[in-house]
Design a binder for this molecule. Structure first.
Ligand code: SAH
Ligand code: SF4
Ligand code: F3S
Length: 442
């Protein structure tokens, strides 16, 4: 029997952090129940959703440019519906609908269950919006539709929102207050991923260390996730230095499958800047935390986030960031120019007074230093045999695979008979600043 395909097609384009990647999978699941299938190009879609980020002004600019492309498509196909969801939707609310008349739908991060309703309104020709934030919504019962193609690694949200009020940050305004997801549903989701053949999960939250569900702490949750399958790697992000506990470090030490890499955003190396940022720790306190990590997990690698040119940052304070980088020696850093966000504490109380060219120069100094350090620390692995989880073909060639070590280092090696999802033992024979090169050993 020939079955006619009458499903509507949705194309979801995702910007921003891993949390948004995970949310897009929740959205795909809610829309699937409403009769939509997900497609991977917008040309054939009945509905385009842009899952947006508001973290810096340039993130929003990029999305606006993309929206222009989709509006052109809608001129050709007036039946096409276009929606903006996620953090920029939450930040701008009805302003988006007023500004972009051809936009059909705006939905914030806690309103995704309402999408089928909103789409009915939009389908009848009216603009639709829901930007209510919630203190309960965790989408705990929703089984995400996996949108990634490699089926090796997946994200699992364990909490939503953020209760910190870092002075520069828009996230508490776009994602609301912090709430933890039911631990039982997290364990069930990870079990399902393991049964489907996934080899790695990353537990996600803005501040995973403050996870608390009916007394279950993050360290306990992490241990229970690790026990599901010893061949399933477990990662997590993001840890806030003020909340990361030794219990978590001990859990990491206890289970081989909890990956030995920690993303611990420092933002600045200056205690005075950290105080203005309301990060609630000092340089010394942060370095103490790094010392505990080194003691409990000597093999762990570290990564971080850094902001250049925050309000009032002096040249000396900038130098303190460089000196902290030299002291910690991160494997990897995400480095940004400070971008003032409306409503935040910094925008209300401080002046964004560092000239653009100074911000740019300081950021460049941070980037240059980090690429030297990244290249140096990778050399530690030369001559070692590492276990790599293969993720896919390398950028350069289909004869090569790339994958990651437990320390989150990327390794490229000849494909031979291996496939994405295999654990491969690789002897490291060379390195570039971003990658290790090696050959398979048996
Ligand atoms: N919850 C995580 C990540 C939040 S957003 C954490 O607390 O670390 C990711 C990164 O974006 C932040 O760590 C910070 O380095 C950067 N960022 C956030 N707001 C910014 C702003 N207004 N300007 C520049 N960078 C910003
Ligand atoms: Fe933003 Fe700070 Fe919350 Fe991270 S911890 S999301 S930087 S407010
Ligand atoms: Fe961006 Fe929202 Fe994530 S602002 S970084 S998508 S939480």
């Amino acid at each position: 029997m020939i079955k006619l395909d009458t499903s509507l097609k949705v194309y979801i384009e995702t910007y921003g952090c891993q949390m948004n990647v995970s949310d897009s999978e929740v959205v795909a699941s809610i829309l699937k129940d409403a009769g939509y299938v997900t497609v991977h190009s917008y040309g054939q879609a009945d509905l385009i959703l842009i899952n947006t980020c508001a973290i810096r002004d340039n993130a929003e600019q990029k999305i606006r440019n993309r929206l222009d492309v989709f509006r052109q498509e809608k001129k050709k196909r007036p039946q096409l519906l276009i929606g903006i969801i996620g953090c920029m939707a939450e930040r701008l609310k009805e302003k988006l609908l007023e500004e972009v008349k051809s936009l059909d739908l705006v939905a914030g991060p806690d309103a995704y269950r309402d999408l089928p309703n909103l789409l009915r309104t939009a389908g009848s020709g009216q603009q639709a919006m829901n930007v209510l934030l919630s203190m309960e919504e965790t989408y705990a019962d929703i089984s995400p539709v996996r949108l990634d193609k490699n089926k090796v690694s997946s994200f699992v949200s364990i909490m939503r929102g953020c209760n910190n009020m870092c002075a520069y940050c828009i996230v508490p305004y776009t994602r609301g207050g912090e709430r933890s997801r039911d631990a039982g549903t997290i364990l069930r989701e990870v079990q399902e991923l393991s049964d489907m053949g996934y080899k790695e999960v990353t537990l996600l939250g803005q501040n995973v260390d403050s996870y608390d569900w009916n007394g279950v702490s993050f360290a306990q949750l992490l241990s229970r996730v690790a026990e599901i399958n010893p061949l399933l790697r477990v990662r997590f992000s993001t840890s806030h230095p003020k909340d990361m506990s030794e219990e978590v470090l001990h859990a990491m030490a206890r289970y081989d499958n909890i990956c030995k890499s920690i993303h611990l955003p420092v933002q600045s190396g200056s205690s005075a800047v950290l105080q203005r940022m309301k990060r609630e720790y000092t340089r010394e306190w942060y370095l103490d935390k790094i010392a505990s990590i080194r003691r409990i997990l000597p093999e762990a690698t570290l990564s971080t986030d850094l902001i250049a040119g925050f309000c009032g940052e002096t040249e000396e304070e900038h130098q303190e960031t460089l000196s902290l980088m030299k002291e910690v020696r991160y494997d990897l850093a995400f480095m940004f120019k400070y971008s003032e966000r409306p409503k935040t504490y910094a925008s209300r109380h401080y002046k964004d007074d560092i000239p653009e060219e100074v911000k740019g120069r300081r950021l460049q100094e941070i980037i240059d230093l980090q690429s030297i350090i990244s290249a140096e620390v990778k050399k530690q692995d030369l001559g070692k045999t590492v276990e790599v989880l293969a993720e896919g073909f390398s950028k350069r060639s289909r004869e090569e695979l790339f994958g990651r070590t437990s320390q989150n280092r990327v390794v490229v090696f000849p494909r031979e008979q291996y496939h994405a999802g295999d654990y491969v033992r690789v002897l490291v024979t060379g390195s570039t600043p971003a990658t290790l090169l090696g050959k398979v050993v048996r």
